[in-house]
Design a protein around this ligand. Sequence first.
Ligand SMILES: *Cc1c(COP(=O)(O)O)cnc(C)c1O
Length: 396
Amino acid sequence: MAMTYQVDEKGYYGEFGGAFIPEMLYPNVEELRAHYLDIINDSSFQKEFHDLLKDYVGRPTPLFEAKRLSEKYQTQIYLKREDLCHTGAHKVNNTIGQILVAKKLGKNKIVAETGAGQHGVATATVCALMGLECIVYMGAIDIERQAPNVARMRMLGAKVVAAQSGSKTLKDATNEAMRHWINNPVDTHYIIGSVVGPHPYPDMVARFQSVISEEIKAQLTEKLGRNYPDYVLACVGGGSNAAGAFYHFLDEARTQLIAAEAAGQGVGSGHSAATTFLGKSGVLHGSKSLLMQTEDGQVIEPYSISAGLDYPGIGPMHAHLFKTGRAHFYDITDEEALASALELSQLEGIIPALESAHALAVLPKLQAKPHEVVVINLSGRGDKDLATYQQRLNLL
Ligand SMILES: *Cc1c(COP(=O)(O)O)cnc(C)c1O
């Protein structure tokens, strides 16, 4: 039987995935699992989803031939411009999909967790659009560190609640959002922001983000008369933009799938978020995957210059793609990402998000040939990272 990279009926990608949840969360997750495919595959849902992607998000996003970057690396480079999505990144593709699912399930309240605030903003945005109540849990320390995104969420009408437990960061916000969902199972849907969490979240989020590779296929066909690239590059935090960019090429053997993880100050430095290099099998946020942990199973605090990649695990689909060798993983340091962000800005006039700059930083290591086609998923724009660029690239 051919190897499959899709989720199986029990919610597994090979040995990874599943739903490891407290019993009190079971009814909520089971309600979603039982209905999500019927809801998503319904034609009225598809129409509403695609109408919003077109008129609200601004899809299809362009596939841009980066000529000066191609010249430099002596290959054919195309950028998938997710940075041009409304709100400035791919995350909104997922929150639009999930809020429509929530409405079909009869929920009128949304809860979410956020670390740096990007997923919180994408969630608050669609809640305003649909008139649903929005509560976002955020670590108390993150609220201080990410003031502009807190202001955005509040301006959009969301209630931002500080998680005061533990290290007062993302994992504590996740715990409190889960607790909120357990206590409000009937009227509330929990919007998870990446291809992580218990089944069916990784599969549901991957399906919503798969619009990225669906468009790449059509756009390459139109531009080059071939419907696959030789390489697709994407950064991996939890892995949603990569899942979307890989999705329709998972079974296309001619396409190499390339993932960039944040090495932070280096994989051996103790300040890193390169999960496939440092991680071991374990359970995090409701699914089995690879995660960074100590010998006795304590989660290790990750580090990256890029808030969106600062996560101690990866989604189960990516753990499987890594384990089977279907995707190749590169570890990219803060310095390499900064250099690539500067390079793209000055060669193409596009300032990328720091996360996306990790994918760009694979280019010098890839050694693609002149006739080969390389698609890089530019997951977001760099406006949110300007303070870091100013400081680290001496722009003041
Ligand atoms: C959040 C974020 C990421 C990382 O999340 P994934 O789920 O791995 O895609 C990457 N790029 C940008 C711009 C982000 O905001």
